[in-house]
Design a protein around this ligand. Structure first.
Ligand code: G
Ligand code: G
Ligand code: MN
Ligand code: NA
Length: 253
């Protein structure tokens, strides 16, 4: 439980960091945006993985503070980049808890009003399982977020029992194919056929389709052949921060 008081002070003490992993177009391997990944540098315990503290933050209700902190950090970077003439997006991961909080869209709106940022460059990633847990309350909330002009991405797609009827109703802009379908896809013809179907379905719903967790050129080539629009993963870049991020941005400018 001391972790909770630690997490409460983590924001004030600047112990949270936003790392950014490039999202790259498969056609030309150009970076069009980033996924934001939270990192916690604890003064005594050292680095604590989000895989460890996000579930804890969800149980204790502190996750909404983490989410809003990440969105604000994203808006700060986007405003800076926009002033530099860089047109890139940042996608923040949203917890299932945020999706259940009716005040979430209004809080996002209030935050956006304080920054000069093109709304489409802010994106939110929502897991398929989180949406499908209670779609009838998630859909109106997603609608409100879309009305702000924010891009919405379905994360971990293919693992969360979407019904096709709901999928058609979701006001989202991007479908993110889960890493489990990407691993060794170049050697797995039946996975290739499955992913091809997912890509065609996504395009049929006018969604942009990205694959995550690509680690090899062979996986990248296969996903490109299957019609996937973009990729994310160690093959393009690990999550970046500080100097490594600045170097990446310098290449784009
Ligand atoms: O970055 P990493 O691969 O260690 O992330 C582990 C898990 O934590 C992933 O499922 C990722 O989606 C999640 N995660 C990373 N950053 C955030 C965040 O800012 N908010 C939420 N809710 N989850 C995050
Ligand atoms: O749940 P979500 O998709 O948001 O998780 C993103 C997580 O995946 C992050 O923790 C990130 O560090 C990790 N990740 C990103 N690219 C790769 C990759 O190419 N391989 C593996 N194994 N993990 C990755
Ligand atoms: Mn994600
Ligand atoms: Na994912």
């Amino acid at each position: 439980l001391s972790l909770l008081s630690d997490l409460r002070s983590a924001v004030q003490n600047s112990e949270l960091q936003m790392w950014l992993q490039p999202k790259v177009k498969l056609a030309d391997m150009q970076t069009y945006g980033f996924e934001a990944l939270v990192r916690w540098q604890h003064p005594q315990r050292g680095f604590i993985s989000p895989a460890e503290f996000v579930p804890f933050a969800e149980r204790t209700g502190y996750i909404s503070t983490v989410t809003m902190w990440m969105i604000e950090r994203a808006l700060q970077s986007l405003q800076l980049w926009q002033a530099q003439g860089l047109n890139l997006s940042i996608a923040v991961n949203v917890s299932t808890n945020d999706l259940r909080d009716e005040s979430f869209p209004d809080r996002v709106r209030a935050l956006m009003q304080r920054y000069d940022v093109s709304p489409a460059n802010l994106r939110l990633e929502l897991t398929e399982s989180g949406i499908m847990e209670d779609p009838s309350s998630a859909i109106p909330l997603l609608q409100k977020l879309r009305e702000l002009g924010i891009g919405l991405s379905i994360d971990d797609f293919g693992t969360g029992h979407s019904s096709l009827a709901y999928l058609q109703k979701l006001p989202v802009t991007e479908l993110k194919i889960d890493r489990s379908f990407v691993i060794n896809i170049d050697q797995l013809p039946s996975t290739q056929r499955l992913v091809k179907t997912i890509v065609e379905m996504g395009h049929g719903l006018q969604l942009s389709v990205i694959a995550e967790g690509i680690e090899t050129a062979a996986e990248r080539d296969t996903l490109r052949e299957l019609g996937c629009d973009s990729m994310q993963g160690y093959f393009a870049s690990k999550p970046l921060h500080g100097e490594s991020l600045q170097k990446w941005l310098d290449q784009i400018l």
